[in-house]
Design a protein around this ligand. Structure first.
Ligand code: ZN
Ligand code: ZN
Length: 257
């Protein structure tokens, strides 16, 4: 369906997209309208949507921006373009030094948040969008905390390395989201109860995400060191595991932010 080009039409399209969780599509429709109506100032168009489309339309637009995924990556990670995500080179068996054999790295566009950067959010809805993104992040973090405690319990069979790494990336992503969201929460002179609540939630999330990341880095470090020991000294695979250990060692100590 073509994007509608009136404020009322677009507002109802945005609400429908958000109800279907099609956040990127909702943002796309807003951008089309904004470019058409005010090529230079998109923020006014967001205010118009709220004013003329009603509070529910404003909420839907804020939610669309809060949840719209980054254009370039998946959940904040980009495939390494040197090794194409393979970690090693088929031609010579060497591991990729660009990504340290990880196969991917944090996305340069969104800074690893996996979301549209906050600076792309129209000014008049920055605060509600930032709060919604924070609430979402807190829910992700609760899941990560549960998974980390399950992993750390570690029964007879140790959990596979990829489970640790997946959670480590989730914890890194949470920190990246907080870094991107906090200035948006702080610059708004909201004050009041809700503002205090957001700040408290953000602090709590930051503290927990750091703790998770430290625990996960320690778990990964242990596995990497053990794997290095099983490889021939001087072999590519041993060097790779040693490099990975060097990467996670300071993170496990918590000496790097
Ligand atoms: Zn690579
Ligand atoms: Zn990205």
């Amino acid at each position: 369906m073509a994007a509608r080009t009136t404020i009322a039409g677009c507002a109802s399209d945005i609400r429908a997209c958000v109800a279907r969780r099609e956040y990127a599509e909702a943002v796309r429709r807003f951008e089309i309208l904004a470019r058409l109506l005010r090529p230079r100032d998109r923020s006014d168009v967001a205010a118009d949507i709220t004013q003329r489309g009603g509070a529910a339309a404003g909420q839907a637009l804020a939610k669309a921006f809060a949840r719209a995924p980054c254009y370039l990556c998946k959940e904040g990670r980009m495939t390494c373009d040197v090794c194409g995500g393979a970690s090693t080179f088929a031609a010579n068996g060497r591991f990729c030094e660009t990504c340290n054999g990880a196969g991917h790295s944090p996305c340069l566009f969104c800074g690893g948040t996996g979301f549209l950067p906050m600076e792309n959010v129209p000014r008049s809805i920055v605060l509600p969008a930032a709060r919604m993104r924070l609430e979402w992040t807190a829910r992700l973090l609760r899941q990560v905390v549960r998974d980390v405690s399950n992993l750390s319990r570690e029964g007879a069979t140790p959990s596979p390395l990829r489970d640790w790494i997946r959670l480590f990336h989730a914890a890194e992503r949470i920190q990246a989201i907080l870094e991107d969201t906090l200035p948006a929460l702080a610059t708004q002179d909201g004050g009041g109860e809700e503002h205090a609540r957001s700040e408290k939630l953000a602090d709590e999330c930051d503290r927990l995400a750091r703790k998770c990341r430290r625990i996960l880095a320690a778990g990964i470090l242990k596995v990497c060191r053990a794997k290095a020991q099983t490889e021939e000294p001087g072999s590519q695979r041993r060097i790779m595991w040693e490099r990975q250990s060097d990467y996670y060692e300071p993170l496990a100590r918590g000496s790097s932010s």
